[in-house]
Design a protein around this ligand. Structure first.
Ligand code: VGL
Ligand code: ZN
Length: 215
């Protein structure tokens, strides 16, 4: 049985690097506080993983999650949509825009796949597995299964949205799921971080110490 330090070398483990895009970094349209601190950690952890997948938030201009799509509403307000509550965001990660690009400091040349999410105008998608209606799949689960993946490790932005929702869905799909919390940073709007930790614990997601991955 491989110890934690060897997990990244395993054929059955994958590192999912979540949304390390310009718009989520300081100076970006939806900057996550201290988000840039994640970049060197992501590079170091990814270098130890044989299998790496990147996720990329990738919205059309009229996306339902944008406050600008709802006249009279402001960013960070919540509204009710057919699939449930939706926090409204500043316009971010517009398809093919500079803000949607991966950070120039992200250095993961061996990443094998990029999962783009949030590309349907009418559904947001925090999770790398399912859009926010919880039923429209992105295809990531099938991709990982076909590749014989059993353990999913996650890091990136933001802890309380795309990382947590992806981790909960990975666990629900039966993957042994671990979040490298020290290599994540949160938005934390209206108690979202506490909720995310509770949801992850409830789904059986484990927290993996960064040191275990780097040793
Ligand atoms: C995210 C809010 C909106 C994220 C994406 O990557 O956590 N958060 N879109
Ligand atoms: Zn988004």
């Amino acid at each position: 049985m491989a110890g934690p330090s060897l997990i990244g070398a395993s054929d059955s483990a994958v590192l999912v690097v979540v949304d390390l895009q310009v718009d989520f970094l300081p100076g970006g349209a939806l900057a996550v506080p201290f988000g840039d601190e994640v970049l060197p950690l992501a590079n170091q952890v990814a270098a130890r993983f044989k299998n790496v997948v990147l996720t990329q938030d990738w919205h059309p201009a009229d996306h339902v999650s944008f406050a600008s799509s709802h006249p009279g509403k402001a960013a960070f307000e919540a509204i009710e949509l057919a699939y449930g509550p939706q926090i409204l965001w500043p316009d971010h990660c517009l398809q093919d825009s500079p803000g949607a690009r991966f950070s120039a400091h992200l250095d993961v040349p061996h990443a094998q796949a990029i999962i783009r999410k949030g590309h349907h105008s009418t559904i947001d998608s925090y999770s790398a597995f399912y859009e926010a209606d919880r039923t429209t799949p992105t295809g990531l689960a099938g991709y990982l299964r076909e590749r014989g993946i059993e353990q999913v490790y996650l890091l990136g932005l933001a802890t309380d949205f795309c990382v947590a929702w992806s981790a909960v869905d990975a666990a629900r799909h039966g993957f042994s799921t671990h979040v490298i919390d020290e290599a994540c940073r949160a938005i934390d709007v209206d108690g979202s971080l506490a909720q995310a930790y509770a949801d992850m614990a409830g789904a059986g997601v484990l927290m993996a110490p960064l040191a275990d991955l780097l040793s």
